[in-house]
Design a protein around this ligand. Structure first.
Ligand SMILES: O=C[C@H](O)COP(=O)(O)O
Length: 247
C-alpha cells in the first residue's frame, strides 16, 4: 500500500504575506491522515512557511536546487542551504526548468544524487511534449528520461524518491490527460523502474500525476491503480488545495 502524496507547486507565486495566509487556511482546514501533503514554495517563502508549519505534519519542499554544496554559481541555492531551513522535499527536473533554464537529464541526475546525499527527498519530474505524444513516442521519451535520471542511483535510495509524470501539454492548459492515459503512462514508468531495479522497488515507488489537476478531476484520477498522488500547480494557490488534499 503506497501512501498518497499531494504536493502543491506554487511556482513563482506568493510573497511572504500571501504565503502565510494560505498556510493558515491549509493548517486550519480538514486533512485526512492517509495523505502526505507537501508545499513546494518559492525560496523566499521557505523560512517563513517552515516556521508556520511547525507542529503540523505538512512537509516543506523547494522547487529546485544546485547539486554543489557551495561555490561561484550566482543565483543558485545549494542543498546545504535547504538543509539549514529544514526542507523535506525538492522538485527536480520540472518541465519549466527543462524548457526555460537549460535543465538536462544530466543535471537532473546530478541534482537527484546530491539531494539524496543531503537527505532531501527528490520529486523527479518527467513528461513528453504534445508533439512527442502526437508522434506516438511518449514512452521512448519518458523511458529515456527515467533511465538517465536514475543512472548510478542505488536501489536502497529509491525509497526516498517520488516521481511526477507531467505531460507538458497538460500543464497550466486546462487539458488533463485522460485518467486512462495517465494511468497507462504511470504504469509504464513503474515497469521501467522495475526493469532498472526490482519488483519490490517497482511496487513501492510513488508516482504522481501532474497537469491541470483540480478539485473536479482529482477523485477520478486518484481512483486509478497506478496513480499515487498529484503535483499541483494552479489549483494549489488557493483554498481549493484543501479540496485536493481531501480528495
Ligand atoms: O508542478 C505542477 C505542474 O506543472 C502542473 O501545473 P498545473 O496544475 O497548473 O497544470
Amino acid at each position: 500500500m503506497r501512501l498518497p502524496i499531494i504536493a502543491g507547486n506554487w511556482k513563482m507565486n506568493k510573497n511572504i504575506k500571501e504565503a502565510l495566509e494560505l498556510v493558515e487556511i491549509i493548517k486550519n482546514g480538514e486533512k485526512k491522515d492517509s495523505v502526505e501533503v507537501v508545499l513546494c514554495v518559492p525560496y523566499t517563502d521557505l523560512i517563513s512557511v517552515k516556521e508556520a508549519l511547525k507542529g503540523t505534519n505538512i512537509k516543506l519542499g523547494a522547487q529546485n536546487m544546485h547539486w554543489k554544496e557551495s561555490g561561484a554559481f550566482t543565483g543558485e541555492i545549494s542543498p546545504l542551504m535547504l538543509n539549514e531551513i529544514g526542507v523535506d522535499y525538492v522538485i527536480i527536473g520540472h518541465s519549466e526548468r527543462r524548457q526555460y533554464f537549460n535543465e538536462t537529464d544530466d543535471t537532473v541526475n546530478k541534482k537527484i544524487k546530491s539531494a539524496l546525499n543531503h537527505n532531501i527527498k527528490p520529486i523527479v519530474c518527467v513528461g513528453e511534449t504534445l508533439e512527442e505524444r502526437e508522434k506516438g513516442i511518449e514512452e521512448t521519451i519518458v523511458g529515456n528520461q527515467i533511465k538517465k535520471a536514475f543512472d548510478g542511483i542505488e536501489e536502497e535510495s529509491m525509497g526516498k524518491i517520488v516521481i511526477a509524470y507531467e505531460p507538458i501539454w497538460a500543464i497550466g492548459t486546462g487539458k488533463t490527460a485522460s485518467n486512462e492515459d495517465a494511468n497507462k503512462m504511470i504504469g509504464f514508468i513503474r515497469n521501467t523502474i522495475g526493469e532498472i531495479y526490482s519488483e519490490k522497488t517497482k511496487d513501492k515507488i510513488r508516482i504522481q500525476y501532474g497537469g491541470s489537476v483540480k478539485p473536479s478531476n482529482i477523485a477520478e484520477l486518484m481512483k486509478e491503480e497506478e496513480i499515487d498522488g498529484a503535483l499541483v500547480g494552479g489549483a494549489s494557490l488557493t483554498k481549493d488545495f484543501l479540496k485536493l488534499i481531501n480528495f
